[in-house]
Design a protein around this ligand. Sequence first.
Ligand SMILES: C[S@@+](CC[C@H](N)C(=O)[O-])C[C@H]1O[C@@H](n2cnc3c(N)ncnc32)[C@H](O)[C@@H]1O
Length: 279
Amino acid sequence: MNTIIKQIEKILSEAGIEEYKQEAKLIVEAVSGLSTDKIILGYEIKNIDKIIEIAVKRAKTKAPIQHILGFSYFMGEKYIVNSNVLIPRDETEILVLECYKLLKNKKNKIDILDIGVGSGCISCALAKKLVDCDIEILGVDISLEAIKTALENADKLDLIRKIIFRKSDIYSKIRDCEKFDLIVSNPPYIPLKEKNNLQAEVGFEPEMALFAPDEEGVEFYKKIIKDAHKFLKTGGFLAFEIGINQSEIIKKMLDDNGFKDIKIIKDLANIDRVIITHI
Ligand SMILES: C[S@@+](CC[C@H](N)C(=O)[O-])C[C@H]1O[C@@H](n2cnc3c(N)ncnc32)[C@H](O)[C@@H]1O
């Protein structure tokens, strides 16, 4: 292994960073602009001082490496991230893939509402995957700063014709005449009482992207489910990412509100992670 990668691994592991091997590669690749293969093959690495500076910053501050580098990957695409948005998580790719399966064979125009758009990763990934469909996505967020980041990402990925953004407190700025084939959301779902038990890195992400105020962390699901009928087309789908121990509570909310064919999908750690249903 290349000596600079080894050197960075040492800086990170001594600072107690769990994923020090992956992060070392990420830093060296991002700053040098070379792939790991080329680095191992001995291509000349420029900007070594910058690489070390970034590793030391990560080690000292414990700020997420994605914040220090200014980007993260989601479904193979690079997204701008900053302290105003949640860093896209691998689990959310399951939500996107399930939504894609629901919609891929639709012949008519597809309208999607993404509640809590954040970095824009769900909206952009769906627009990318459903590239051959006539699609319009409305991404809403209560945070104007998050919307600005989502807009930058959509622009960078050349998706600005397919996605529009709007500041809205859940449905507050959705007009009665707007109807969707799919409402998708990865809302804040960590119970506020767990705030002090989280990894240091999570403390750098916006609280409004992470926490739900109630004991079980299901407040946002409750609000979204309550008015979903009003904004879904006939047979329209509702799809959520969910947190640990929330699937039964949310399933009951959906049952009580007349949703049908409720399907729960697990993540790689065997945790119920996505819930999908329709009216
Ligand atoms: C868990 S993050 C999800 C971000 C992104 N969709 C993703 O999957 O990475 C939740 C998002 O919901 C937004 N949010 C919080 N409260 C909201 C509300 N009342 N109405 C709309 N969006 C809200 C937050 O600002 C944040 O961007």
